[in-house]
Structures are given as C-alpha cells and as structure tokens.
Design a binder for this molecule. Structure first.
Ligand code: ADP
Length: 471
C-alpha cells in the first residue's frame, strides 16, 4: 500500500515541507474517510513565504499591466485544462456535488479572466490639472506583500476572488487556505507557476488559523490583509491589523433576507428560496436564508418550499457540511429549536448517514428574536417570517446585525428598487438580478468592510500615490 500523498507548502515556486515537521489530517465529509495530510505551517514557514514574496514583488510590479495580464490569462487557461483535478481535490475535502464543483471551478477561472482584462484598462491613475507650471498625476501602486486568509466553504473560489485582483495589480501574495480544504489552493499555485507566474509571487502556507494564519497576519512584511471567514476571527484579525496599522478587507457572515411579495413570480421566488438552502448546503455567506413573505401568500409559499425541499437528495442535489465542528454546531442548534416543518436533524439511515449531511430544514413563522432567526446557521436551514406591508418588510429585512446581501421578489419593479435602496446590505438582487464577477461584493454592518469583485477590488489592492512636479 502506498502512503497517502502529503500536501506540502508552496513557497518560492516549489514544494516546501513544514519547518516543524508536523502534518494535519483531513477528512472527506461525504464519507468521513481520512483524506491527504497537509503541512502544519508555523511562523518559520510564514517567514520563508513572506521573504520569497518580498524578493519577487518588485519584478512583478515592474511588469506592464499587459505583461501581468498575459500571465493571468495563461493561469486561467491552465486552470481550465486542469478542471477535473481541481474538482477532484475540492470534492475530496468538501464532499460537494458535481454541479456545485463545476460552478465554482468555472467562476474561479472567471476571476483570472476578468482581472486579466480590466487591469489593462483600469486603475492607471489620472492627471490633475494645476496650470502650466506643474505636472501632477496619480498612480495606483500595489501594497507589496498581501496576506490572503480563506475559509473552507468555497475554497478555490474564495482564493481566486482575492488572488486574481491582488496579482493583477502587481502585488505578491502569501495565501493561507483553511486547514480543512487546502489542496485546491496549493494546486492553483502550482498551475500558476507552470503558467509562467514568477517564483515567489504566489506562495501558499497551509496550517491552522491560530498558528499559520495568525503568524501571517502579524508578519511585519505583510502590508495588507484580505480575510474571508467568521465574525469572531475577523475581529481578531482586525485587532492585529489595527496594531500594525495595515488595511484589511473583511468578508464575514450574513443572515440575509429574501423578500417575497404577493405579486411576485412565486415559482421563481420559491426556486430562489430552495436554492438558498440547497446551494453548497447553505454554507455560503451570502445565502438568503431568512424568507420574509407577505402574509396573504405566506402559507402557500412555505408549503411549496417545503415540498421542493423534501425532494432534495443528499449527495445529488446538495452536499454534506464540510467540517465536523460545523456539523455538530448545526445539529446542536436544530436540536434546541423545535417547530421545523421539515428536516430538523441528521440522516439516520442510508449512505447519507455515513457523511456529515444535515436534512434540509424549514422553520416557518419564527419569532424574530429567536436564535434561529438571528444567527447565521451555515447549513441547509431556512426560517420564514410573514409581513403585512412594505414598511414591515423593510423593518424585518434590516432587523439583523448583518448586511451582506438581500433579495426582493415583486411584480412591482419600482417597489423592488425602492426597497433595495433602503435595505442595509452591500448588494441587493431584485427579481433575481445577476450578481457576478463584475459586481462589487461586500458587507454592511457585521458582514464586514471593503469590496471584492468588480472594479472595486482593484482599489482594495492598490494604494494611491500623487506625484507633482513643478515645471
Ligand atoms: P470557521 O470558524 O468557520 O472555520 P474561521 O473564520 O475560523 O471560520 O476560518 C477562516 C480562516 O481563518 C481559515 O483559514 C482559518 O484557518 C483562519 N483563522 C482562524 N483563526 C485564525 C486566527 N486566529 N488568525 C488568523 N487566521 C485564523
């Protein structure tokens, strides 16, 4: 029998064993079978990676945008060719279903294509007119070494969302993926090297948050951080960044509302609600898992959602929860919350009982103050609340500590747009309006700050310099 392959760090364009000589175990959440061990990174590994990035950053930043763009296009090509392997690595540690894997793999490529394109046209600064005696202009310059810390829910996708704009704008990066789901990010770094990214421009150090992640955030060579993950860890990293006076982007949680008015296309609204619960088994920070429905159609909508949800097949339509800790947390919350119209616990028989699958769950007419109505569950769980009119709908929509996204479904587009402008959230989709790579993404309130995606992300990864010469 051959030993399981071990995933080493990727530093300075090659594999690097962990300085401490220790490895972390991983798990296939669909079966609970053990997965490939990954390097347990510690401060010396982070030191090596930051040093490599520091050496590489000047040369990378000195390339023209067109030069960096062509490397990013080649990375996108390499990812496209390698999609089966990227999907397999992602499946082995997340248990995601094929359609979800494909969606995420395609979107990951799109980040590189998009920023390869826009970096040639955007962010080049401007001339400020001050009369004949001066020449004054601005430049968008990279920070230098950027630390990117990503979670386990959409591993490759979250990495690419930050890496593509950070690299496009001329930064070097040290990425620290989640210790549960590191393989796809390591593979990406290897592909990027093969595609011509200079050694040291993208490094990946794996390991736990408290060891590898904290060392990266605290490293004096790291000039900016991008973090996607929990509110608790976001707060810790914000404190570290405050101590070091460096900026950071925080993409945190959500408890996003989906508003359905009686005049909406109910088929489409019901499908959107079911998808919020099923897509990635609800482990999406932007999942719209608070279903607010106008009283006159509330029970009908809930009945239709429940019927659709009961048809969802574990392992086919939705995957397991990705970590054991998350599985236990969700089951604990469900066990303490009576009143589910469907679901409410684990699978007790069949293949799904072997994995970390949670039965899709709907709680109708919850108390707006209840834990289940207020906390982000990060599992296949919807709550519903009825509303009488537009004013109450808006109050309920904003009655949350979070503000990541919202969805409004109404046959009255003016009402949809009116509400969208008053909902405290970073992005609002009216009647299924598309939110894509082109559209800026980020939170209001406890959902974080800073923006990823779109042209907005270019500003996150560059700092503005003004140069003025007296002529
Ligand atoms: P979850 O609790 O859902 O696992 P986290 O916010 O803890 O989410 O994890 C997101 C990312 O943050 C992971 O890569 C994790 O290793 C990292 N992380 C966790 N704790 C810390 C920390 N104290 N410092 C830096 N990174 C951390």
């Amino acid at each position: 029998m051959t030993a399981a392959p071990r995933h080493q760090h990727w530093i300075d364009g090659r594999d690097a064993p962990p300085a401490g000589g220790t490895w972390l175990t991983t798990l296939d959440p669909a079966t609970r079978a053990p997965g490939d061990p990954i390097a347990a990174g510690t401060a010396p590994d982070v030191d090596r990676a930051v040093a490599a990035a520091e050496r590489a950053r000047h040369g990378w930043a000195a390339l023209s945008p067109a030069g960096r763009s062509s490397v990013l296009h080649r990375i996108a090509d390499a990812m496209e060719e390698d999609t089966p392997t990227l999907m397999r690595l992602e499946r082995e540690c997340t248990g995601k279903v094929p359609a979800q894997l494909r969606l995420e793999a395609d979107l990951s490529v799109q980040y590189f294509r998009y920023y390869a394109g826009v970096v040639r046209a955007a962010g080049q600064g401007r001339v400020i007119e001050q009369g004949a005696g001066a020449h004054t202009y601005t430049r968008h310059e990279p920070y230098g070494v950027v630390g990117v810390i990503t979670p386990w829910n959409l591993p490759l996708n979250q990495a690419c969302r930050a890496l593509a704009p950070a690299l496009a704008t001329g930064n070097a990066v040290v990425a620290k993926p989640s210790e549960f789901t590191s393989a796809s990010t390591l593979r990406l770094a290897r592909l990027a090297s093969r595609a011509g990214l200079p050694d040291g421009v993208l490094n990946v150090v794996t390991g736990t948050g408290p060891q590898a992640g904290a060392a990266l955030a605290a490293h004096p060579g790291v000039r900016r951080l991008a973090f996607t993950g929990s509110v608790a860890t976001g707060r810790l990293l914000a404190a570290t960044a405050a101590g070091r006076l460096i900026p950071l982007t925080l993409e945190l949680g959500g408890k996003s509302p989906l508003l359905v008015f009686a005049d909406a296309d109910l088929d489409a609204a019901v499908a959107a609600a079911v998808s919020a619960l099923a897509a990635n088994a609800g482990q999406v920070c932007s999942a719209t898992t608070r279903l607010l429905v106008e009283e006159s159609v509330h029970d009908e909508v809930v009945r239709r959602v429940v019927t659709a949800v009961e048809r969802l097949r574990p392992g086919v339509d939705f995957g397991p929860l990705i970590t054991e800790a998350q599985y236990e947390k969700v089951l604990g919350l469900l066990a303490g919350t009576p009143g589910a119209a469907t679901g409410g616990g684990p699978y007790t028989e069949g293949p799904a009982a072997r994995g970390l699958y949670v039965r899709p769950t709907v709680y109708p007419r919850v108390d707006p103050g209840a834990r289940i109505a207020r906390e982000e569950v990060f599992g296949p769980v919807l709550v519903t609340l009825p509303f009488r009119d537009e004013a109450q709908a808006l109050r309920l929509a904003n009655d949350t500590d979070y503000g990541l996204v919202a969805a409004v479904w109404s046959g009255d587009l003016a009402r949809g747009l009116r509400l969208a402008e008053h909902i405290d959230a970073g992005q609002v989709a009216v009647n299924g309006g598309p939110l894509t790579v082109e559209t800026p993404f980020g939170g209001y309130k406890q959902s974080g700050h800073g923006r990823e995606k779109g042209l907005a992300a270019l500003h996150e990864y560059t700092q503005l310099k003004t140069i003025s010469a007296r002529l």
